[in-house]
Structure formats: C-alpha cells, structure tokens
Design a protein around this ligand. Structure first.
Ligand code: HEM
Length: 286
C-alpha cells in the first residue's frame, strides 16, 4: 500500500482506536470508544488519501494500492476516491489483524505443547524451501492442520452480521425482512456435534482427510458471497509462518516456551480475539 515502515506504529494505534467503533454504544463522549473510533478513522482516511495522491503520480508502483488504482469496472470506470479509501481501510485491517492473531495464538500453543512443536519441526525440515504454491502446501499437512485447529479454538472474529432480504422463521420465531442478524462464527468450532471433545486442541482431527473442509468448518472465514476474500492468502501465509518459524528456531537449537509468570492465554474479544499482550513466549535451548 506504500505505507512507510516508520509510520506502522501510528497506523497501528489509530486502527486500535478505529475498531472501538465495533462496540454497539454510539455516544460521542470525548475520549469515549465511539469518539476515539471516529478520530482514528479520520486520521486513517487522511493518510490513505495522501497515499493515493502520491501513488497517482507514479508509474512504477506495485502492490495493493497500484492494483486498486488500475482497476476498472465493466464500463471502464475507475474507483472513486471514497471507494479507494474504504477498500484500503478494510483490506489493511481484514488482511493483517486476523492472520497476525492466528500466528500469535499458534506461537502460544507451540510454547505450551512440546509434542506439537516436535511434529512441526520434523515436518518443516523435510522440504527444501517454504511453500509458495497450493501444490507445495500439500507437503505441510501438519502445519495446515495446526493452522485450522488454532483457528477453530481462537477465531479472530467471533461474529459477522447480515440483513435479512426476506422473512424467515428461526427456531420457530418469525424474523421479518430487513432485520439485522448476528451469525456467531466463533461458536461453531466449539460444537461437540461437529468437533468431538471440542476443548481439546488436536490437529490430528484435520489430518488424512480426502475432502476439503466443509462450509461450517471454514465458518471462521464467514460464508456465502461475502466469504473472506483472503482465505487462500491467509492459509498460505500462516502455513509459511509456521514452517519458517519452526525451521529457523529449530536451526538455532531453540524451542518456544511460555515465560514463567506471564499472563495466562485467555481468549477474549475486545473486539478481536487476539491473545493478551501480556502473554509472552521466550526461546530456550531445545
Ligand atoms: C486467519 C485469517 C482471516 C480470518 C479468520 C478472516 C475472517 C474473515 C471474516 C469472518 C470475514 C467476514 C465474512 C462474512 O461476513 O461472511 C472476512 C471478510 C473479508 N476478509 Fe478476511 N479473514 C482473514 C484473512 C484475510 C486476509 C489475509 C485478507 C486480505 C488480504 C482478508 C480480506 C477480507 C475481505 C476483503 C473481506 C470482506 C469480504 C466481503 O465482504 O465480500 N481476510 N474475513
């Protein structure tokens, strides 16, 4: 997107403010969540607007912003400034916070489970390079299983929303067209009918399968026409991260461990399911 590294902290801080708008209390008290959300959004939009202006003058630019600037619809129209800003604001959040959260949880899980660490290490040492294509991903079945299992237990998003386009009856209760309904994505992974003994973290549930995961098994990515646009990218980058992390840490004769006395890793949504900032892992001799 052309964001300078030196600005990443400022972007991070303003995104943290912006996402406070997910809380349903829309009262604009100064420094309250909604006020901070609006302030964060204003800052982000001003920065995205500057990035767009800078990118317009460049012909050599590559990446998301350049692709959005070059995009045309069926009638050859380009995206408006408002569309560009909204897309950049969404993609930076949707594409980063979610995958980063799963990677952080996976690190914590590996720090607590030496058995899983050993399996990952063994698998990551076999192929000569990190996976770059869907075919190469097949050489990392354990890393993929770990990604799906960590996502099941620690989904970054607990819910998505839809507005009903027709009247429906849910569990005998009529719900009229136009109603906003919440789809509790985070709860399906804990359903014992879908995942026996759901609290147990067991990547083996996902191994040796012939068919692709079903729509309910990929529910942490939503469903239907608005199913996560970044599913395959997230799958690739998280498997790459797991394989790379195990290789590099293993090569140095180290392994991850939870720091004694650091905060217990408890899942909470404020509003995303990241691990607590005070849960720390360290790398110690294997
Ligand atoms: C583990 C990683 C990720 C998780 C758990 C996740 C989850 C989700 C969920 C739950 C939705 C809402 C879907 C719905 O309402 O049905 C969504 C939408 C979206 N995600 Fe992701 N996501 C992840 C990674 C990514 C990445 C890497 C990108 C892009 C680089 C991305 C881009 C998007 C976009 C653009 C949408 C909006 C799609 C639409 O409304 O049509 N996501 N994601």
């Amino acid at each position: 997107m052309g964001i300078d590294r030196s600005e990443l902290d400022a972007f991070n801080q303003h995104y943290r403010d912006f996402v406070l708008g997910a809380f349903p209390v829309k009262i604009t008290v100064p420094y309250g969540p909604y006020w901070r959300s609006l302030r964060g959004r204003k800052w982000l939009d001003a920065r995205f607007s500057q990035l767009i202006a800078a990118a317009r003058g460049r012909s050599d630019m590559q990446g998301t912003l350049a692709a959005l600037l070059a995009a045309r619809d069926e009638e050859g129209r380009e995206l408006t400034e408002a569309d560009l800003i909204q897309n950049l604001r969404l993609v930076a959040l949707a594409g980063h916070e979610t995958s980063a959260s799963v990677m952080a949880w996976a690190g914590i899980v590996l720090a607590q489970r030496p058995d899983l660490w050993r399996q990952l290490l063994e698998e990551s040492q076999a192929p000569s390079a990190l996976p770059q294509s869907p075919d190469e991903l097949k050489r990392h079945p354990f890393a993929e299983a770990l990604f799906r299992e960590v996502l099941r237990l620690y989904p970054p998003l607990s819910a998505t929303a839809r507005q009903l386009t027709e009247d429906v009856t849910l569990h005998g209760i009529p719900v009229p067209r136009g109603t906003m309904v919440t789809v509790p994505l985070g709860t399906y992974g804990y359903d014992p009918k879908l995942f026996p003994d759901p609290e147990r973290l067991d990547p083996a549930r996902w191994m040796g399968r012939r068919q692709q995961p079903s729509p309910i098994e990929t529910a942490p990515f939503g469903g239907g026409p608005h199913f996560c646009l970044g599913y395959h990218l997230a799958w690739m980058e998280i498997v790459q991260f797991l394989a790379g992390f195990a290789r590099e840490v293993g090569r140095r004769g180290l392994r991850p461990r939870l720091v004694m006395g650091s905060a217990p890793p408890k899942l909470r949504y404020l509003p995303f399911g990241q691990p607590p900032k005070k849960t720390l892992i360290e790398l110690v001799p294997a």
